[in-house]
Write a protein of this length. Structure first.
Length: 148
């Protein structure tokens, strides 16, 4: 599928959106803050033990788009268990929108609408470092996931 995956010490995030929506740019910002690239542009996602495991296709492993510059090569993390989806095509519905979900091969993850969210990079960075939880209006925290 099209998307970008960035991993922190315990969690990983799938970033989705149309071409030019800023997936690679957000990934680069997160990498500059210590996150690791798993995949850019295309992602393989397979269910394993109740989790969605993301990896890069062999031909794209370690490559990241540097829009307006070219292609960069980094040392990637080989795979990671996804714990959150950030949708750069979706705009949040108000200051505290209802929780969104993303479904893939029978597994459901929390999805956040990321378009025009000013502090998006900081929220994702804190999520990746396991320093923030996303809480529903009912007070339920979402599963943390486990990145490998």
């Amino acid at each position: 599928m099209h998307g970008t995956v960035i991993a922190g010490p315990q969690r990983a995030v799938l970033i989705v959106g149309a071409a030019g929506s800023g997936k690679s740019a957000l990934a680069l910002d997160l990498m500059a803050r210590g996150a690791r690239l798993v995949a850019d542009d295309r992602v393989r996602i397979e269910p394993r033990d109740g989790q969605l495991i993301a990896s890069a296709p062999d031909t794209l492993r370690g490559l990241v788009e540097l829009r307006g510059i070219g292609i960069g090569r980094v040392i990637p993390r080989p795979y990671a268990a996804l714990s959150l989806v950030v949708d750069l095509d979706a705009t949040p519905d108000g200051r505290q929108p209802d929780p969104l979900t993303w479904h893939h091969r029978g597994i459901t993850l929390r999805r956040i609408a990321g378009r025009s969210v000013l502090q998006l990079c900081s929220v994702i960075e804190l999520w990746l470092r396991d320093e923030i939880e996303l809480i529903d209006e009912g007070g339920r925290e979402h599963d943390k996931g486990d990145s490998r």
